[in-house]
Design a protein around this ligand. Structure first.
Ligand SMILES: N#Cc1c(-c2ccc3cc[nH]c3c2)n[nH]c1N
Length: 250
């Protein structure tokens, strides 16, 4: 069972992870999620987690001491002598300066036994926390996209959902993971359900034909057209042998 620990000064921000698929996966014992309040590792009356930046500048920086104690607790008796990389904890630090989180990243991280997420706020976490942690475990500063958020919690919601849904048993029908956007480099095909006509818009006739071969070819064509139109960069990145000659004529 994968273990996920999330450290934040706003633990209630992670409440949505108790819902739906992720919540049911926890109930089924497919993953273990613990959200920690970073302030539990402060020792002053005001439960202080931030201070002014060395070198001056606007805003505040998150103090290293609470993070050090919180990570000690989250890592517990993590056995640093373990050689299998997927058995060692990974510390994921949401940051606009991190590597971009993609479906490939989600697949990689879904293979690990223990992920720890450190949600920063203010101007960020004192860099020494990352440097200290990197002496003990894999540390991956991670960005969910080229825009600026106010903290790491939203990014953790995104990453945990993208990772957890790949774990065996979390998604009811694992076949629904196939042909999803970004799973194999192409965008997904358009989907339709009843009624056959809605506000003058008809379902494509091929989908009513009962000819599974034709439907499969149509869906493949739609994926290629959509990708070429909306994300040509993804087409360009596809391995040469993944598109047959016909595909290239899209
Ligand atoms: N991941 C990610 C982020 C962030 C981010 C993450 C953490 C903090 C802590 C203070 N400000 C933050 C912004 N902004 N944009 C992204 N893609």
């Amino acid at each position: 069972m994968m273990r996920l620990d999330v450290l934040s000064i706003f633990p209630e921000y992670l409440a949505p992870l108790e819902l739906s698929l992720i919540g049911r996966a926890q109930d089924k014992g497919l993953l273990g999620l613990t959200v920690h309040d970073l302030r539990d590792w402060t020792h002053d009356r005001h439960r202080t987690v931030d201070d002014t930046p060395y070198g001056g500048g606007a805003g505040m920086v998150m103090k290293p001491e609470p993070w050090g104690e919180a990570l000690d607790a989250a890592l517990g008796a993590a056995d640093s002598s373990v050689t299998d990389p997927t058995s060692r904890p990974v510390l994921i630090v949401p940051s606009p300066a991190g590597e971009v989180f993609t479906q490939q990243t989600a697949r990689e991280l879904a293979a690990h036994e223990h992920l720890v997420f450190a949600c920063g706020r203010y101007e960020g976490i004192d860099q020494r926390v990352v440097d200290w942690a990197a002496e003990r475990m894999e540390v991956r500063p991670m960005s969910i996209g080229d825009y600026v958020l106010n903290g790491g919690e939203v990014a953790v919601l995104v990453m945990v959902e993208a990772i957890a849904r790949l774990l065996p048993g979390v998604i009811g029908n694992p076949e629904s993971l196939d042909e999803e956007s970004h799973e194999d480099g192409l965008l997904e095909y358009p989907v339709y359900t009843k009624p056959a006509v809605w506000r003058g818009h008809e379902v494509p006739a091929v989908l009513l034909s009962g000819d599974h071969g034709r439907v499969a070819r149509w869906r493949r064509d739609q994926r290629l057209r959509r990708t070429a139109q909306t994300r040509p960069d993804l087409l360009a990145a596809l391995p040469q042998d993944s598109l047959d000659g016909r595909d290239r004529e899209v």
